[in-house]
Design a protein around this ligand. Structure first.
Ligand SMILES: Cc1ncc(COP(=O)(O)O)c(C=O)c1O
Length: 473
């Protein structure tokens, strides 16, 4: 079972037929493409739903077999391969559990795809604010007490949506009790586990939310496993969820021409997890720990270790994360993200036989830090991030918002106004301001800080002109 990769095998078999293509895609197995040769070669495997390759939206052969293996590996009732990332998984989870006008309890620092889903469905979000974690200087998990209060206040909520682990690899020791609490009220718990697909690889990683009883869990296989970008898993493990409904929305929201390269990479990623053994994990931890030790010998550099050993936070005393990022990029080292305090490294989930040039990388990081120290420091603010009420709702519903006129005003004059559009520092893609929220002093302080430190933004904004979009007075 471990060695089986039904989709990879089906693709190889089909490729070996050297068949004549009178079908889509138009590149005809790469022949018509002007892309560089390596890319053209890969296109020879970019097939479509042909006989022998199954049907993505009604799988009965290789895709079904591969998804069944995924379900076994992760111990679920039913699992799916997703070709539009965790983004589409989040959309499907929310469509499958709530409808227009219904309440849904959602962690305030969720990914934008969750808020988009809520907006599309027209559900009424109840926000629960996560705790501020001083060690990692990030918003982490929602406490049991806050969840308990939210459920008491909003017992009609159709679902609870949590993010676990956080982007920065922080987990929650209260997750199980929160899930148990929700289940006593028959409220399903949907978990955006975009950053936890690898947890299943070894017992010593933090546990997946699936192990704690979460009903629906989405994981970006492409973030931490060897899957192509956009490849994710969606798992169902629940008596509270109608699997047919989830499936129906996945069929509606995803392409009818899935990329087989992507699907095969998901099959391979599943097999990678399955075959990841104790020796692999031990070796990974050994090399990682040596790397951490080596980094700690660099003057002024601080390594913050988090719950997930695949992630490291790197700080340099008196310098912002954006400055560190630029200095590392000058040495051709690219990090996952920077914030005002630090940069985030995602390490490779190495197996015994795989190499990573940690010693050489350490040298380059040292050089980057030496160069950085010649720059004027932009010390990060010492305070914490956006402080919000532990439970809140939108000041104006999204449906009402769409009927209102908007206007662009200088953000320094926007306190107390209702935002007409989201402002999303990217990465991490967690909205600082949501459409329909009242703009507060702490939001503006945070916004100024992101701008000052050179962050990039998504959403509807004109921050280059210092303007934001609000509801007309
Ligand atoms: C917490 C979280 N959820 C969802 C997503 C979206 O995932 P994907 O890129 O797989 O669509 C991201 C992406 O960064 C994320 O960090």
């Amino acid at each position: 079972m471990q060695e089986k990769r039904p989709l990879v095998e089906a693709l190889e078999k089909f490729h070996n037929l050297r068949s004549i293509s009178f079908h889509v895609p138009g590149h005809k197995n790469g022949l018509l493409s002007n892309l560089p040769n390596v890319m053209k070669e890969t296109m020879q495997y970019d097939f479509t739903e042909l006989n022998g390759l199954d049907d993505y939206h009604h799988p009965i052969e290789a895709i079904k077999e591969a998804e069944d293996l995924l379900s076994i590996t992760y111990g679920t009732q039913k699992s799916f391969f997703l070709v539009n990332g965790t983004t589409v998984g989040n959309l499907a989870m929310i469509y499958a559990t709530c409808q227009f006008g219904e309440q849904i309890i959602v962690q305030r620092n969720a990914h934008k795809s969750i808020f988009h889903a809520i907006e599309l469905v027209g559900a009424e979000p109840i926000f629960v604010t996560p705790e501020w974690d001083e060690r990692t200087k990030t918003a982490s998990y929602v406490s049991y007490e806050v969840m308990q209060k939210a459920i008491e206040q909003f017992p009609a909520a159709k679902a609870v949506v949590l993010t676990y682990p956080s982007y920065y690899g922080v987990t929650s020791f209260q997750l199980k009790s929160i899930i148990d609490l929700c289940h006593t009220k028959d409220i399903p718990v949907l978990v955006d586990e975009a950053h936890g697909a690898h947890f299943q690889a070894n017992r010593a990683f933090p546990k997946s939310a699936l192990m704690y009883g979460a009903d629906l869990v989405v994981q970006s296989a492409h973030k931490t496993l060897p899957a192509l970008t956009m490849g994710s898993f969606l798992h169902i493990s629940s008596t509270l969820i109608d699997a047919n409904r989830v499936n129906k929305y996945l069929r509606m929201l995803q392409s009818s021409s899935p990329s087989y390269l992507l699907l095969a990479s998901l099959d391979d990623a599943r097999s990678y997890v399955e075959r990841y053994n104790e020796m692999d994990f031990k070796q990974f931890m050994y090399r990682r720990n040596l790397f951490v030790e080596a980094l700690n010998t660099i003057t002024q550099l601080e390594v913050v270790q988090v719950d997930d050993p695949l992630k490291l936070l790197i700080r340099v005393e008196n310098y912002s994360g954006f400055q560190i990022q630029r200095a590392l990029e000058a040495q051709n080292i690219y990090v996952e993200l920077a914030d005002t305090y630090q940069v985030l490294f995602i390490l490779p989930l190495l197996k015994v036989e795989q190499e990573y040039a940690f010693a050489e990388i350490r040298k380059r990081i040292k050089h980057a830090v030496d160069e950085l120290r010649k720059e004027v420091p932009i010390s990060p603010r010492k305070g914490s991030s956006v402080r919000q009420k532990s439970i809140s709702t939108l000041h104006m519903s999204v449906s009402l918002l769409s009927e209102k006129q908007g206007e662009w005003i200088p953000y320094v004059r926007s306190m107390g106004r209702i935002a007409k559009a989201m402002i999303i520092p990217y990465p991490p893609g967690i909205p600082l301001v949501l459409a329909g929220e009242k703009i507060t002093v702490s939001m503006l302080t945070e916004l100024e800080e992101w701008i000052e430190k050179g962050a990039l933004f998504q959403g509807e904004h004109r921050l280059e002109e210092k303007l934001i979009y609000v509801v007309e007075d």
